[in-house]
Design a protein around this ligand. Structure first.
Ligand code: FAD
Length: 766
């Protein structure tokens, strides 16, 4: 084995082999894969090889489409077959809700260029004669589903990588990883050591163990999974290969395997395998059967596909491409937020991961409704006012393991989300909350944001280099996008200046680790310290025309616009509570955000609620906030703002300051400004009836799909349905011809030239 390599990839499963191939393809030849046993000695050996292009995250779906094309390429280079069987696939819906879900999935697929089709039960039965029609309401057909041979795919990647210059070492166990001061690594194995500039953890079933070598507890857990293969079935003899089918109600997937059928299930009572450590001697072994555990699913399967009773992975391509680009170019080249481990934080303890993975497995084929909050591992993290909000009949959501109020019901009995794709039971209550903000004053808990305390003599210069907007003066706030070198959006922050060398940044909590990774990469040797402090500071916000009078009754500082204008920020005492007060509100109304250390939150809450009685104060939650920010055309991270968009496309022009000195992404942003970008974020008023857009619906123009919705909601202050979405720049000023498809039905959409609510921004400023 060589003693030095630019990259060491640990693990010869489908993912490690794919990364190795993509690195050689990107021009890095000095790359080495180390495998403990033989290639495919982990979960790749066990995989059923099913491949699907439909995914809940459209960005992941795009990578999966890429994988299918890739198989042809590696077969050509290596001469090794990938055993690709493109049979086509059907997803069978047993209920109306599931059929609605399929219609939405079809609509999402439309802007990804996928050729999906909703078909009747009769048409489905013609395509897949093994089904019993009486159990189904309809289906979706995807012509490019099928299955591959995971062993063949892994070897095709490995051979192609070797042809491209890579080395592969088998029967060698990586036992430890030791960092050097220059950021490189000593990879310790049972057959000698390798010095590497980069190490890729593709340890699959053992990725947790490899993570622990560098002190990281990765939030992953394997679940036991079973599938059955029948003997040869007469029904299949002499026929064309059967389609791949998914039966949602039975939680079953089914496909042809030689002369019989393979049927697998994601049972409700799923069991994790090897909860804490994976034995190093596990490999191409089978776990003992536990048919009893999957019996309820099998029963449904045998009823839905009667002929079966009588007879007795992963793709990894897109992952390899994104990771190799990330390493070679410093950027994954695609929006991989949905797969990035940085979206997790310290709350993902072993037991939390265990509970969430079990839930995820058991719901593999379940419908996730837009207003559905999943129950596992809850409540885990709560703020000091949790019980007080509960007493006010809050319906909570969970965000990064933290409970936060979504809306408030009038009674305990009604404090429940009745799940639906259409406007739900929360609709009138959210309406009342929005009206309170519009007419008097609303109180919202805002603890679920990420916060960063940044200090030191170099802070202002460093932030000026990191952020696209100008650094605010002391006592002021600036909203700012953060760009990568390619001028794409990788964050958006409320940047508050406490003192000359002290800033308080507020951003998306789920992206805290993602932001810290970027901050640390660009940290100067001295003069700046960044401390994430999300749970050290919790917050409450008051918004609406009476918010100033309410807060003024509790503070000595003058809150008039002359003394404390829009976008001001100051340390204040609210009664006896010390805190930061910012004059800003995501509702787009007159409003204030108050940040206090956690020990003061109860006192602050009591004070505001008591004083608020006189001003008509009403509690509101995240749903109302979302509706109000959409009324203001305010974007949100991971929806409107993602690394696939530039700041001009996202309508953030006024927050990019070309007059200041150099900042990351400046030249790319200047190019985008000159060229105009490809897309534009647009606000639409939608003629919706009983369901609003939620995100990922296609936008039509003159009968063609031209864009996609990023967020949608009913705007209660303006009394109509709204959506934000991206369209090609050439259509950004089109006045007519737009439609938005919601649950399979197209609705007329009217492009607005400004925000639906208070377009001039007068309310926030006066
Ligand atoms: C029963 C079953 C059915 C499945 N069906 C499907 C399906 O139909 N479709 C689908 O897309 N996915 C399926 N999957 C999931 C799929 O198998 C995995 O997602 C995929 O194989 C993961 O590949 P990997 O390369 O990350 O990990 P692995 O295949 O686990 O590979 C990791 C490799 O790393 C090596 N390794 C680990 N640690 C070290 C070390 N310290 N030193 C040296 N080598 C090391 C291991 O020996 C192993 O070869 C299924 C899985 C199972 C178990």
């Amino acid at each position: 084995m060589k003693s030095h390599a630019k990259v060491v990839v640990i693990g010869g499963g489908v993912v490690g082999a794919s990364v190795l191939y993509h690195l050689t393809k990107a021009g890095w030849k000095d790359v080495l894969l180390i495998e403990r046993a033989e290639l495919t000695s982990g979960s790749t050996w066990h995989a059923a090889g099913g491949m699907h292009t439909v995914n809940g995250d459209p960005n992941v779906a795009k990578l999966q489409q890429y994988t299918i094309e890739l198989y042809k390429e590696i077969e050509r280079i290596s001469g090794q077959s990938c055993g690709v069987h493109i049979t086509g696939g059907i997803m069978l819906a047993g209920t109306r809700e599931r059929l609605d879900w399929l219609k939405m999935a079809k609509a999402r697929g439309r802007y990804l260029g996928m050729d999906l089709e909703i078909i009747s039960v009769d048409e489905a039965a013609k395509l897949f004669p093994l089904m019993d029609k009486s159990h189904f309401a309809g289906a979706m057909y995807d012509p490019i589903e099928g299955h591959v041979d995971p062993y063949g795919v892994t070897h095709a990647y490995a051979k192609s990588a070797q042809i491209g210059g890579a080395d592969i070492v088998r029967q060698t166990l990586v036992t430890d990883l030791k960092p050097r001061a220059d950021g490189s690594w000593d990879v310790i194995t049972d057959h000698g050591n390798v010095h590497a500039e980069h190490v890729v953890n593709a340890g699959g079933l053992w990725a947790r163990e490899v993570g622990r070598m560098v002190g990281i507890e990765l939030p992953i857990l394997a679940m036991e999974h079973q599938y059955l293969i029948t003997g040869d079935m007469p029904e299949l003899a002499g026929k064309k290969e059967q389609l791949h089918a998914i039966d949602f109600e039975g939680e079953i997937y089914i496909r042809q395997e030689r002369g019989g059928m393979l049927m697998g299930t994601y049972e409700r009572a799923g069991v994790p395998w090897s909860e804490v450590t994976t034995p190093w001697d596990f490999g191409q072994d089978l776990l003992p059967n536990d048919l009893e555990r999957i019996a309820p699913s099998l029963e449904v399967g045998f009823a839905h596909f009667p002929a079966l009773e009588a007879a007795g992975f992963s793709q990894g391509g897109g992952v390899g491409l994104a990771l190799s680009r990330w390493m070679v170019d410093g950027d994954p080249g695609a929006d991989i937020w949905g797969m990035d481990v940085a979206r997790y934080g310290d709350w993902t303890t072993l037991a939390y991961t265990n509970a969430k993975v079990r839930e995820n497995y058991s719901r593999r084929f379940s419908i996730r409704f837009p207003n559905e909050e999943l129950p596992a591992a809850r409540p885990l993290r709560t703020t000091p006012i949790y019980e007080k909000l509960q007493a006010e009949h809050a319906v909570f959501g969970d965000y990064c393991g933290l409970e936060h109020p979504l809306w408030f019901a009038p009674s305990a009995r009604e404090a429940e989300d009745l799940i639906s794709f259409r406007r739900s039971n929360a609709h009138p209550h959210v309406a009342a909350e929005c009206k309170a903000v519009q007419n008097s004053v609303g109180l919202l808990e805002i603890s679920n944001y990420g916060k960063f305390d940044i200090r030191g003599p170099g802070t202002a210069d460093w932030l000026s280099h990191m952020m696209a907007n100008r650094v605010p003066a002391v006592g002021r706030i600036a909203l700012t996008p953060m760009l990568n070198e390619r001028g794409k959006l990788i964050g958006d922050f409320t940047m508050c200046r406490v003192a000359a060398d002290h800033f308080f940044l507020v951003g998306t909590y789920a992206a805290e680790t993602y932001y810290m990774r970027w901050f640390e990469r660009h940290m100067p040797a001295s003069g700046v310290t960044v401390r994430p402090c999300a749970m050290e500071y919790v917050g409450l916000s008051v918004a609406g025309p009476n918010s100033r009078a309410l807060l003024q009754s509790l503070v000595r500082d003058d809150l008039s616009t002359a003394a404390f204008p829009f976008m001001s920020f100051r340390r204040m005492e609210i009664g006896m509570v010390p805190g930061y007060v910012g004059r800003v509100s995501f509702t787009g109304d007159l409003g204030f955000e108050i940040w206090v250390t956690t020990d003061y939150q109860r006192a602050l809450y009591d004070l505001l609620v008591k004083a608020g009685r006189e001003y008509g104060l009403k509690l509101f939650g995240g749903r109302a906030l979302n509706a109000m920010r959409i009324e203001k055309s305010f974007g949100s991270w991971a929806r409107e703002y993602r690394p696939i968009y530039g700041p001009f496309e996202a309508g953030l022009d006024r927050f990019v300051d070309f007059k200041k000195s150099e900042f990351i992404g400046r030249s790319a942003a200047a190019e985008e400004k000159d060229a105009g970008g490809a897309l534009r974020l647009v606000t639409f008023k939608v003629d919706a009836t009983d369901a609003d857009a939620i995100g990922d619906e296609p936008i039509w123009h003159d009968g063609k799909t031209v864009g996609w919705v990023t967020s949608g909601a009913f705007g209660h202050r303006v009394n109509h349905s709204l959506a934000l979405g991206y369209v090609p720049v050439a259509l950004a000023k089109a006045d007519a011809g737009f439609e938005i498809e919601i649950i399979g039905e197209r609705h007329k959409a009217h492009r607005l030239t400004g925000a639906a609510f208070d377009a001039s921004g007068k309310l926030m400023r006066t």
